[in-house]
Design a protein around this ligand. Sequence first.
Ligand code: C2O
Length: 535
Amino acid sequence: AATKQYQFDIQVKNVSRLCHAKPIVTVNGRFPGPTIYVREGDRVLVNVTNHAKYNMSIHWHGLKQYRNGWADGPAYITQCPIQTGSSYTYDFNVTGQRGTLWWHAHILWLRATVYGAIVIMPKQGTPFPFPQPYGETEIILGEWWNVDVEEVVKKGNNMGLPPNTSDAHTINGKPGPLFPCSEKHTFAMEVEQGKTYLLRIINAALNDELFFAIAGHNLTVVEVDAVYTKPFTTQSILIAPGQTTNVLVQAYQAPGRYFMAARPFMDVPLAVDNKTATAILQYRGIPNTVLPLLAQLPASNDSAFALSYNKKLRSLNSPRFPANVPLKVDRKLFYTVGFGKDSCPTCVNGTRLVASLNNISFEMPHIGLLQAHYFNIKGVFRTDFPDRPPTPFNYTGAPLTASLGTLTGTRLSKIAFNSTVELVLQDTNLLTVESHPFHLHGYNFFVVGTDIGNFNPSKDPAKFNLVDPVERNTVGVPTGGWTAIRFRADNPGVWFMHCHLELHTGWGLKTAFVVEDGPGSDQTVLPPPKDLPPC
Ligand code: C2O
């Protein structure tokens, strides 16, 4: 194993897209930021120096950070921010994981422009469980906003109203030729006819689940969230913010130019967003004057595609990569996911929109929760987050049958070391049903079940897949439906769990687990590094 060192300078840079130039926050002046290349087993040191006027923190999305929440990154959860003029070195080992993950700013909405890929190669001499691709590339899907995103956030929070949507979707930071002034901002991937390529697709968008397809080329899904899957072939993939998907693409068509395309999946009537980012799959030797072929994507509200696509995802579950699904559950949790109203004297109408789990909207603390836990600082958080909603109701039935009243607080759930946890996330009709991609820090989990409607505790568990469920770190709770996950709580620390739609996170759709130390001296949270940013 090697030690890989990176220097991340947080700098503001002028970037132009869609006929406008504006200053954006970047790493090393690059957008998207640099890719981290490592091998399974490596130690990684990333020194982050903040030259921008915003506070910063970086999250290594999907890396488990065993006993080492200090390197996880979410601001005020595992660390205080890196202030202007300061540095912090994220120091972590990449153990037991290989595949595609990503990193992003984890404070306010700064991840709008501060993100990049993490590529973890398998150990030397260990082949992929699929044919070795001839070449590979990262495909990072994102959003472009013409306005200053931090300004949008401030407005949204004061009025309790959603901010406007972005102005474009992007592929590797580029919207593609369907947008104004974007001909030169088009990503192209060159391929040779007959060869197979690995695409490492990442959804870094702030608020949109996305479909992705390539005209005339099928995609074979082989991995999600850095865990191998049973390969299956599809015309389009669906990918939620936070998720990664590796696909194999065979360049078997007549040499030409083919559009890659990404467009939102939205199955609520609230908003229709048809902005399509495009890039080009370009066969070697074909001139740029050849018009590319259009890509077919599912209709933006195609929830049947979404449900069936997600059900096709299965762990590889081979002898070398077994799926160790917890069969027996020590702790059962049931969280409702929804919106509500909170009194807010300074807001229009005296109330503001909030989002909640079990009717609790999460309030950000002012010092890191991991510090509070490690140093036993009282009064920062409570560990009385309810295991079940206060009053059960017809979660997805209409009309609304529950109150919108929401409590706020920094309330966490305490989990015993090494216990097995089952969490059912139930979408609700509180204000509106909507799908939510939930991300858990510090862990992967198995997605043992998902369906539309209300979770039925006496019937649905019998249908759980306990053999080869997909293992991942971010999962969609379907619109008007539920998702059940299981994991073994073997990583002590404080681990954030939140909806990966920034809009919803900002409204409080988040909580954290305090996983207690184990009895062994190698089962406790490590001591904090000396340069941990002060609060
Ligand atoms: Cu990718 Cu807590 O986030």
